[in-house]
Design a protein around this ligand. Structure first.
Ligand SMILES: Cc1cc2nc3c(=O)[nH]c(=O)nc-3n(C[C@H](O)[C@H](O)[C@H](O)COP(=O)(O)O)c2cc1C
Length: 154
């Protein structure tokens, strides 16, 4: 059974709801899933194997939500080398802001720098386009699942 770690950054709860929805779907697909709550992130360093999905909204002007900021800076400063990790990022944002999905971009860039392999390109979900980001995320997960089953390159 493949294991997936899921973490989220949120201000108003949408990204958390998307992550919870994905956790349920992943379990239904037969993955073992750990959804890391914000207060648990201190104990979480991704291992150099397995699968990681990050879901984060953007706040301020292209900034990470406070609940995931210290985790981001810790991983950035400890800089584990993670060539065996397959990761994906879902960014929630609003295209009326100039730094659309800036936090998602930061997370995506960080894991690329750490040598991890991107399963699918950054998904940007636009609050101007949808009130139900979890639906886009579920469609995306179907693609992700196919990729994980058939197409992971290491
Ligand atoms: C004060 C504020 C600042 C925001 N700044 C950005 C931004 O710079 N870029 C962006 O794409 N979205 C921005 N957003 C939009 C949120 O990321 C978007 O509404 C998201 O769906 C909120 O998800 P959450 O409920 O998980 O926090 C901002 C929203 C607020 C209220």
């Amino acid at each position: 059974m493949k294991h997936v770690d899921l973490a989220f950054g949120t201000v108003y709860g949408s990204a958390q709801f998307v992550a919870e929805t994905l956790a349920d779907e992943l379990a239904d697909l037969g993955y073992s899933v750990r959804l890391w709550q914000s207060h648990e992130l201190n104990d979480f360093t991704p291992s150099n194997e397995g699968l990681l999905i990050l879901v984060s909204s953007t706040t301020g002007s292209g900034d990470l939500p406070e609940d995931i900021q210290s985790w981001y800076y810790r991983i950035q400063s400890t800089a584990p080398y993670l060539p065996g990790l397959h990761y994906s990022v879902i960014g929630l944002g609003d295209s009326s802001y100039s730094e659309f999905c800036g936090a998602g971009e930061k997370l995506d860039a960080l894991f690329t720098e750490l040598g991890a392999k991107r399963v699918l390109p950054l998904l940007r979900i636009d609050a101007m386009e949808t009130m139900e980001p979890e639906l886009e995320a579920k469609t995306w997960l179907t693609q992700w699942h196919q990729q994980v089953q058939h197409g992971l390159n290491d």
